[in-house]
Each structure stands twice: as C-alpha cells, then as structure tokens.
Design a protein around this ligand. Structure first.
Ligand code: NAD
Length: 702
C-alpha cells in the first residue's frame, strides 16, 4: 500500500506511505483516492486528515513517471486535488515534514493546513524547467498573497513554514506547531471544525495586488534578464498574473497549457534529465547486495596545500574530526592559515556563525606526527602530483593506518592501481578526486581501482554524500572521466585558433552556448602552466596526440594567465576593486598570426556553431569511448561530471544529453566532416564505435 487509512475516533487519517519521499505515483494517487472515497462514504467519519511521515509530507509528483502514460492516467494529480477540494467533509493537511511541488498543491486542495515549525515548503518546478502544473500558480497566490507566492514560484527555493505563517493576511497555514504535534493538532482542528459549513476552499479566495500592471511588468523584466536561456521563470510570472486577472478556472487552464508546452521544451527535458542523473550518480550496479559500507567517523588528510585544506574543510563542515599532516611546520602553518582564512571569509559573509567556526576548528588537529593518523577511518592523500612522492606517502601510510582504514589519493592524473600497489592492502585503496576549490565544488570522482573492495567503494560513496558531494564512480584511466574528456575540448580550442578564430571568438561562442567562461578564460584562471606540464608529459607518453603549439608558445613567453597578469588575455585592474578585467591582447594576436604563417595556414572565418560543435563534440566522442571502456558506467554519469564539475550549462543537460538532443546521426555526420579538415585530428574524429552503433540504430546515450 502506498497510502493507509486509519481512524482516530470520528476522524479518518489518510497517511501517504510511499518511501522515500511520498512521491505521487499512480499507485499512490489511486490509494489516496480510494481512501478519501471510503472516508467520505463512512457515516462514522466526520472529517479527514491527510498526512505523511515525520520527514516528508509529500515531495510531489513522481518525476520518473514524467512523460509516461502513468502520469496522465486517472486519477491524475489535478483530479485528486479537485476531489479533496470538493469533498463534502472537511479535510485537514497535517504537514509534519517537507512539502514540495505536487505535495503543496495537494495541501492547497485541502480545507485547512497545519504545519510543523522548520518544515520546508516549496514549489520547485521551475528548477526542472516547468511551472507548477496542478494549480500551484493559481492557489498559492490566493492563499499566501501574490508577491510572496510569486517569489517562491520563480525561485523554486524552500521556505520554512513558520516564515510563511508570519506573512500578514496569509491563509495558507491555519496553525504552526512543533513537528511532533502536527498530527494531534490536525486531528483536534478537524474535530473542532467538523460541522462548520461552508468549507473554506482556497479557490474561492481572491489573489489581489494594488498595482498589478506595474508589478508584473517589473518582475517580468527582471526575471527575463536573469533567465535568458530558460523560458520557465517568465512563464511562472505569466501564470501568477492570470491568478490575479482571471477567474480561477481560466487561470488553471492557462497554467495547464503552459505546463504542457514547457514539458516538451529541450530545456525542461535537459533539466529533468539532470535531476534524475544526479539521483542515479553514485549508484553501483555490480556490488554484492547487502554489502555494508566501511564506516567513516574520523578522517586524516596528508598535505595541507591547495587541495588538502579544501578537502579538510569539507569533513570539518560535516562534523568529522580531521587530523591534518604535512612534511614541514611551515607548510602546515600555511595550510592551517589558509583553512582558517576560508572560514573567516564565510563568517564575514554571514554564511557561518562564530560558534560554528570555533566548532570546526576544534575538530581540526594539525600535526607533523603521522602516528596521529592511526585512528583515522579514511585518509586522503593530497601531496605533490609525483609518483615517487605518492609512493613514499602510501608506503608510510601502510605502516601507520589501522586495519580497515580507507586510503584515498586525490591524484588528478596518476594511476590509482599503481598507487594501491605501493601498499600491502590494495583492496583498501581508491581515488577521491576532488575539484578545486575543494570545499566549494560539488563534484567528487570516486575512482575505483582494480582491487578496491566493494565495502571500501561504498564507504567512500557514503562519506562523499555526507560531505554533500555529488559522487560519480570512475574507473582508472589517465584523467578519469572529466579531465580525460576535457583534454580534447582544449585541443579543439587550440586548433580553432590555428585555423582562424581568436580566443575572444571561441570564448564568446561557448559563453553564448551557456558556459560561464570559455576555454581560454578558464585556462587563464587555472594557470596555463598546468596544461603545459601535462602536454610535456603527453609528448613522451602519447607522441601521436597532436595539439596546437600556440599554448606552449604562450607559456614560453611567461603568459601563465591571471597570476602573471597576462595569458590569452591581458588581465588589468577592473572598475570594481579587487576585480580583474580580461582584455584582448595585441601580443597574443600577433603570436597567433606568426604561428599561422609558420604553419602555412590561411585563416578562415569559423562560424560559432562549428566552434560549439567541435568543442562539445570532442567531449561527446571521448565520453562515448569512456562508456565503451567501462570507465563511466552511465552516459548520465558523464553528464553529471560536466554539470557539477565543469560548468556545463544545466539547461543543456550535459554533453551526452546535448548529443542526444542533436540526434546522434547528426553528431556522427559532423564528426566525419571535422575529420576531413586537414588542420584537425582525423584519427580523433573517427566516431567512437558505441556512438556509431547507437546512431545506426536510431538510439540515444541516455
Ligand atoms: P599543493 O602543492 O598546493 O599542495 C601539496 C602539499 O603537499 C604541500 O603543502 C606539500 O608541502 C605537501 N607535501 C608534499 N610532499 C609531502 C609529503 N611527503 N608528506 C606530507 N606532505 C607533503 O598541491 P595541490 O594543488 O593541493 O595538489 C595536491 C594533489 O591534488 C595533487 O595530486 C594534485 O594533482 C591533486 N589535485 C589538484 C587539483 C588542483 O586544482 N590544484 C585538483 C584536483 C586534484
């Protein structure tokens, strides 16, 4: 059963029971409809309470049913809400836990609502490119007031119930109590109001605004400016305007039509894909059922540099004690100062309370005494990217770490299996590839070595979740999922300069596509010397892999990027204090010109769609190879890596989703075209066999 019906005296209690979030699947809707029928027909029942469990009242529609016949099979959500609204006996929603989306719309169909303090309430549909589709845009403004309702709808952000209860004139919440008392209060309210008629319905209220025309014009303009790439936020404004200006039934029809039109937009498809992809990421199919994750309660971090300090901050924020070790007191002091600096910055911005700062620092134990690592359940190594140094560190850890401790390396490019072999316990070793800044970036690539034990992998995934990372499992290869793909993205950016584009044009095209920064701005920010070092290594390991020599010439001239004031751009002090402005560099333009002459290349005008096609296409082709090799388990994992680690625009759903949207047949045709370009890399552009097969079969990656 996905909903149960019980009684408390003359009150029927319908409890949603569809773990984990009481999603309104077809089965749940049927069970709820049957329960309300039974309660209404029962002469021994005077009123009805609808509730969920302590953590979740209802998180809304079952997103896995989107686009499937189940979503529109009766009773669909709109019918269910109408059923509650028209029930001849009063219905009280007892909201003891999270109430989102369709859950809130259902509650708005009830006659009374009681909520627990701290309960999160939201209409988050805009985040998946939709407007609320079951009356939310019409009933919430009537119940809460137009402005607060529209703010909730266009942001999609949760608001604490007690804040909503304080809004003047609100009719959303009839009582706000301690979460533990929600059900009892709702039953008492139902008993008290059982005989009261007419039943109050949100649909009968008016949504009013003193100057609607000016207000909606203002909001529409601001929202349009902030959300140029996605239609949903402006559509939310349109719908709420209808709530003010139309009769409710017309408003509901308008909302429904808007919802259905948005449902088939590529932006909403991509955002829904990303939502589901995020939930699938970190799930590993081939582990024995019932494998217990290795518990992690105490952490060690080796190396207090850029990454080590960021990594430590994550665990401290999650309340886990961290031992931080270094090779010298100076390096340790520097790391602790950097870590403290981040916390103080958060304090200044009001993101952290003074007592939380103190609590985090109290959990940190910086030391040069490696023996302090003996208690750690997880030790993350973040020392220099040098195999000999990693060997020293892992051999030492092998002698110190307790039996069963997880030993993780944060290496970006080194072979995790070779690192594991430096210990006598390769089954306990894996990669935890954090992204910089490690305390900010959501992505964590969890690198599964050949010998990594299932419980070690699961332990790492569990602690990754605890520190609020989005974990994606990667096999061992150079660069893992993200960096292995991005190398080809940057190679293409270089070839485009050879052939006629400028760094500004490439960056502009990719920014128009949706990236916050194009590849040359990113390189200048990260430091061009990093890519230089990788290319030097590549020249030895894979001499056949061709790339534009321009980036090397740039580095030879000392133009490492922002840190040297010059890279692909000239970085000068901007109009805002502390901000740098990136200006096109005449020196770089000359460098490019000279390079083309030396290569005998006559520059051509390159259209923006070729720039996008080649840069994103390069990600797609390498992504397909990773899938085929089993380095990535799912195309959606690759998308998540790019959405959470590389700034790929969310509304495009990631590179593999982008390829699906283009049609894989078209993607393959484009690759064949690129392969015929004498200045490009024909070998690379051979479509990956998996891509070719899917395209031939008319299928997609996701
Ligand atoms: P870093 O140079 O900032 O810090 C490395 C620290 O390790 C230094 O403080 C150094 O004193 C310490 N160290 C070196 N040898 C040691 C030893 N034997 N014992 C104890 N401490 C030792 O480097 P980083 O940028 O923090 O990179 C660390 C690791 O993280 C590398 O493997 C790197 O590839 C990886 N990584 C870096 C980034 C990034 O953007 N910086 C991103 C992902 C992964």
């Amino acid at each position: 059963m996905t909903a149960t019906l019980t009684t408390r005296g003359r009150i029927a209690v319908i409890t949603l029971d569809h773990p984990p979030v009481n999603g309104l699947s077809l089965a749940t809707r049927r069970a709820v409809a049957a329960a309300i029928d039974a309660a209404e027909d029962d002469a021994g029942i005077d009123a009805i309470v609808l509730t969920g469990h302590a953590q979740v009242f209802c998180a809304g529609a079952d997103i896995t049913e989107f686009g499937s016949p189940k979503a529109i099979t009766e009773p669909h959500l709109i019918s269910l809400i109408t059923r509650f609204e028209n029930c001849s006996k009063p219905v009280v929603a007892a909201i003891g836990g999270t109430c989102m989306g369709g859950g809130l719309e259902l509650a708005l169909g009830c006659h009374y609502r009681v909520a627990g303090r701290g309960v999160k309430v939201a209409l988050p549909e805009v985040k998946i490119g939709l407007v609320p589709g079951a009356g939310g845009t019409q009933r919430l403004p009537r119940a809460l007031g137009v402005e607060p309702a529209l703010n909730m709808i266009i942001s999609g952000e949760p608001v604490a119930a007690e804040r909503l209860a304080q809004l003047p004139g609100q009719r959303l919440l009839d009582a706000i109590v301690d979460p533990a008392e929600v059900l009892d209060t709702a039953v008492a309210l139902a008993t008290e109001r059982a005989g009261l008629r007419p039943l109050p319905r949100v649909r009968d209220l008016k949504a009013t605004h003193p100057s609607p025309d000016a207000y909606f014009r203002f909001v529409r303009n601001s929202v349009a400016a902030m959300s140029r790439n996605v239609p949903a936020p402006v559509k939310c404004v349109d719908c709420v305007e209808q709530a003010v200006k139309s009769r409710i039934d017309d408003g509901l029809t308008f909302e429904r039509e808007t919802y259905l039109a948005l449902m088939v937009t590529p932006e909403s498809r991509a955002l829904r894909h990303a939502f589901l992809a995020e939930r699938a990421a970190g799930k590993v199919a081939d582990l024995p059922a019932g494998t217990p994750p290795r518990p992690v309660e105490r952490v060690g971090v080796v190396g207090a540099g850029t990454m080590g300090t960021g990594i430590a901050l994550n665990f401290l924020a999650a309340g886990l004690p961290v031992v931080l070790v270094e090779q010298s007191q100076a390096a340790l002091d520097k790391g602790v100062a950097a870590l403290r600096g981040v916390l103080e910055g958060q304090l200044k911005k009001g993101k952290l309370k003074p007592e939380a700062l103190e609590a985090r620092l109290a959990l940190l134990r910086p030391t040069l005494d490696w023996a302090a690592l003996a208690d750690a359940d997880l030790i993350v190594e973040a020392v220099f990217e040098d195999l000999a140094v990693k060997q020293q560190v892992f051999e030492r850890l092998d002698g110190i770490a307790k039996v069963g401790a997880i030993l993780a390396s944060n290496t970006s490019t080194l072979d995790v299996d070779r690192i594991a072999a430096f210990t006598r316990r390769p089954q306990d070793v894996l990669g935890l590839h954090f992204f910089s800044p490690a305390h900010v970036m959501k992505l964590l690539e969890v690198v599964r070595g050949q010998a990594t034990a299932p419980e070690v992998l699961l332990g790492a995934l569990a602690v990754g979740k605890r520190i609020r990372k989005t974990c994606v499992v990667s096999g061992v290869c150079d660069g893992f999922i993200g960096n292995r793909m991005v190398e080809h993205y940057f190679r293409q950016a270089g070839f485009l300069l050879d052939e006629g584009a400028s760094p500004q044009q490439v960056d502009r095209a990719m920014e128009k596509f949706g990236f916050a920064m194009g590849p040359f701005k990113v390189s200048d920010l990260a430091g061009n010397d990093i890519g230089w070092a990788i290319r030097q290594r590549r020249a030895v390991e894979r001499p056949e892999l061709r790339y534009s020599m321009l980036a090397d010439t740039l580095c030879e001239a000392g133009r490492f990027g922002q840190k040297t004031g010059a890279g692909w751009y000239d970085h000068v002090a901007g109009s805002k204090p502390g901000r740098l402005e990136a200006l096109p560099s005449p020196v770089v333009a000359q460098m490019i010109e000279a390079h083309r002459q030396k290569q005998g290349i006559t520059p051509r005008r390159i259209p923006d769609d070729e720039i996008v096609g080649r840069l994103v296409g390069a990600l797609v082709n390498e992504g397909a190879r990773l899938l085929e090799e089993g380095i990535a388990a799912r195309a959606s994992d690759i998308d998540i890596v790019y959405l959470t680690g590389y700034g790929f625009p969310a509304w495009r759903g990631g590179p593999m989703c982008w390829a699906d949207t283009q049609g894989l047949f078209n993607v393959v045709q484009a690759m064949k075209r690129y392969a015929r370009n004498p200045h490009d890399d024909a070998t690379f552009w051979q479509p990956a066999p998996l891509l070719r097969r899917l395209a031939n079969d008319g299928r997609t990656f996701n």
